[in-house]
Design a protein around this ligand. Sequence first.
Ligand SMILES: O=C(O)CCC(=O)C(=O)O
Length: 251
Amino acid sequence: MDTLTLSQSDVQSYNENGYLVVEGLLDAEFVDRFVEYEAQPKPDGWRQNLRNHASDDMWRQVSNNPQVTAIVEQLSGGRPHIVQTMYMEKPPAGNSNVGGAGVALHQDLHYLPCDPPNLIACWIALTDTDAENGGLCVVPGSHDVDKLHTTHRNRNTADHDSWEIEYLMRDRDGKEWTEKMYSFEIDGLRKEDVVRLTVPKGGGVFFGGKTIHGSFANRSIDRYRRAIATHYVPEGTWVFRDDVQKTVPAF
Ligand SMILES: O=C(O)CCC(=O)C(=O)O
């Protein structure tokens, strides 16, 4: 497969909307192998570990995928370094109303502060994803702000996971402190501004650290929603959170 580069109108669309959907990033055969691999028994804490890309070849094949990293470089303007990787699986609802919960709508820079704040994510669908099975949602244009939005703890607990973690932080001078993070939800978010994307298996969404995004619960009867997300910063960026401070060059 030739490496994709984005057209000028794709880049313009990303700059205007804060996100871009690109189909065909991973081929179906690899996606099936990855999902099978993840279904095999794994060490404790595997899904909570945000640095599987640093030690595991299957995860590395996603985070360092040349199609993905070429686009990340094109959109962020620097050699991509990997900050974290996350596999997110939401079981279907079956006969109950609600299946696997989603992630409250947020801006990634709330969770991953960095300097300069040029975090970028590539979220890849590992099943067909849409509004019904808890696909990714975005708020177009929400990235066009100087400061991050204010937040509250998520309230819609049927749709969104609730959690709280205290992280060790460190600045460039070695000064350390702790910061409590929880399932942030944006203050004053209007339901009508949220776009529920349809992204086919193997397709992805690129979005910046200020773009409001998240997902709702899987309400389909029998369709899993699986996705893997990698967060990148351009080389030279400082990531404040200790647990993901050691970034890995993507190439
Ligand atoms: O896939 C989801 O449910 C949310 C993903 C997300 O918040 C992220 O990739 O930063």
